[in-house]
Design a protein around this ligand. Structure first.
Ligand SMILES: C[S@@+](CC[C@H](N)C(=O)[O-])C[C@H]1O[C@@H](n2cnc3c(N)ncnc32)[C@H](O)[C@@H]1O
Length: 295
């Protein structure tokens, strides 16, 4: 394994910056492993408050029945909710849950199961709906449907358990971009002061804040390619996706779980970043995939 493996001995307590909240250790034999089975059962066997980050992409309802099965859109929220309750239980109070999903179209319109799921996660499971990132797929495949154009974006939803979330914003800064050069060269007096919107919306901006900066915080629209390692899986993550959120929400040694791990991209990237990975995948064929061998 290329990663520096942080040893967790039985009985050791993982750090948490909210000392009044009891976090629970997870035994070492659970980590650095892709467990084969239904994530519902495997998460049920894990202690409370033991995971720093969950990054995952579950089946998009029954969009890929021909490869790894699926769940009918009408049953999706109930199916996901019982798994989400386990995710909530095992996530540390400072932890984050990053969910990549997109609703499929059924009979010529978008199904509402993702919208229903967000509401259920918040109102029934208890997660906070912190943010929604849009993944703009810069190289989306060609296509056109009767009432829609090609699908070039997916949701990446950030949920948390509490308002004290671990977040390393400096770890994911991006190059400032060429467009700013011309804009910053031609700044008016107004650009040098914080200007509040004339509509009294409370929104303000100060263009000169970016002067002299080479790297800045990204926006919540991630312009990224879907290109992924060829692992034999029909829907693998591109490496940048777990990489971005693992750097953003964890420190070295922290525990990263992907409960629908497929070919193990999250697992591999987490290990490469020196985090402690755990995967769960129901299909044993995917566990034999290349990404584990590549560690
Ligand atoms: C969208 S794919 C994930 C792909 C993954 N992000 C990767 O990089 O390869 C969803 C995966 O969830 C698995 N799966 C479906 N139901 C599951 C369950 N109940 N428990 C665990 N895994 C499940 C499927 O076999 C499939 O590999």
């Amino acid at each position: 394994m290329g990663a520096s493996k942080k040893r967790l001995t039985e009985g050791s307590v993982l750090s948490d910056d909210r000392p009044h909240v009891k976090t629970t250790p997870i035994t070492e034999d659970r980590t650095y492993k892709i467990h084969c089975g239904d994530c519902l059962e495997i998460m049920r066997s894990m202690p409370d408050n033991c995971i720093d980050l969950i990054v995952t992409s579950p089946p998009y309802a029954d969009a890929r029945t021909h490869t790894y099965g699926g769940i009918s859109p009408d049953d999706y929220v109930d199916w996901f909710k019982e798994r989400a309750e386990e995710m909530y239980r095992i996530l540390k109070p400072t932890g984050s849950f990053v969910l990549n999903i997109k609703e499929k179209a059924v009979e010529g319109e978008r199904h509402t199961y993702v919208l229903d799921l967000i509401l259920s996660m918040k109102r029934e499971v208890g997660f906070r709906w912190v943010e929604e990132y849009i993944w703009h797929k810069t190289t989306a495949a060609p296509g056109k449907w009767k009432y829609r154009f090609r699908d070039a974006w997916e949701r990446i939803i950030h949920f948390s358990k509490t308002s004290s979330v671990k977040m390393n914003q400096d770890a994911v800064k991006v190059p400032i971009g060429n467009w700013t050069e011309a804009r910053l060269k031609n700044m008016s007096k107004n650009d040098r002061e914080r200007r509040n919107s004339g509509t009294r919306s409370g929104i303000g901006r100060k263009i000169s804040a970016w002067e002299g900066k080479k790297r800045v915080y990204p926006s919540n629209v991630l312009h990224k390619s879907p290109v992924a390692h060829n692992t034999g899986h029909s829907a693998p993550f591109p490496d940048w996706l777990p990489d971005f959120f693992i750097k953003l929400f964890t420190d070295e040694g922290d525990i990263v779980l992907d409960p629908f791990s497929g070919s193990g991209t999250t697992f591999r990237v987490a290990a490469q970043l020196g985090r402690t990975p755990i995967g769960i995948e129901i299909n044993p064929e995917y566990i034999k995939g290349n990404s584990l061998l590549a560690l």
